[in-house]
Design a binder for this molecule. Sequence first.
Ligand code: PAF
Length: 302
Amino acid sequence: MSFFPGETVTENAAARVVRGVGELRAALVPARRAGQTIGLVPTMGFLHDGHASLLRAARAECDVVVMSLFVNPTQFGPNEDLDRYPRDEERDLRVASEAGVDLVFAPTVEEMYPDRAATTVEVSGNLTSVLDGDPSRRGAAHFRGVTTIVAKLFNIVGPDVGYFGQKDAQQAAVIKRMARDLSFPLRVEVMPTVREEDGLAMSSRNVYLEPADRLRAVAISRALAAAEQQALALDSLDAGLAAARIELAAAAIEPEYLEARDAETLEPAEHLRAGRPVLIAVAAQVGGARLIDNVLVEPIAD
Ligand code: PAF
């Protein structure tokens, strides 16, 4: 049976589950000695088809696929949803096995943060202080939690490629910058956002949506499509943002932010330029779920 609609799944061996850092390193020694490539897909579990697309990409490109499964407490703020974050390890292991994952690294909090570890990894500046990094939102501490755990995973696994999703565009930009600044010998691959049939970006947090809010939430992807269409048609990011605001307002969604920024530096973007993709990013609370989504807009060069 397939967990991924529309996909024919061949029988894959069950992924091996590893809980300890030492055990994982030892498990990867033969592959490393044989010169095999290692792909890492970091996750917090409760897998959906967005994660599956990362796993499939890793399986297609790498000899060995490692998936981490760890709800990282240091990236949650005190008023965020750490305690109720959805978890289903048994199902995640089945999904990982079906996707051909070789090793699932599922450590405990104590294994990842022994003795209240005193070292963190932080990308400073604009990348982590705007959008979700704004102090009135998740703040830079959220990204410090992400970069610390991802740096640890990179150190533990030693992957050739790390796979992340474009839905978390700011996270991907921050991780790319960290990998470059700290000379991690790997490639950061960012895969396109996977959407439900009606356009809602897949997210583990979508389970928080009550049916009526689930219907309203589609306005977010509609708003981004309108933004892209209008920005390109009128060669104006302002026009794009205005079109998005109309779609959100029609669904009574008040965005926390709706902004156009350079996709790499996250500096504010005012104009469209060929070769310089602009990220239009949105965050909004819809019922019980804080949702984020984005679109990359780039005019076609003449
Ligand atoms: O995107 C996520 O699920 C998490 O932020 C990550 C990259 C697995 C780090 O905990």
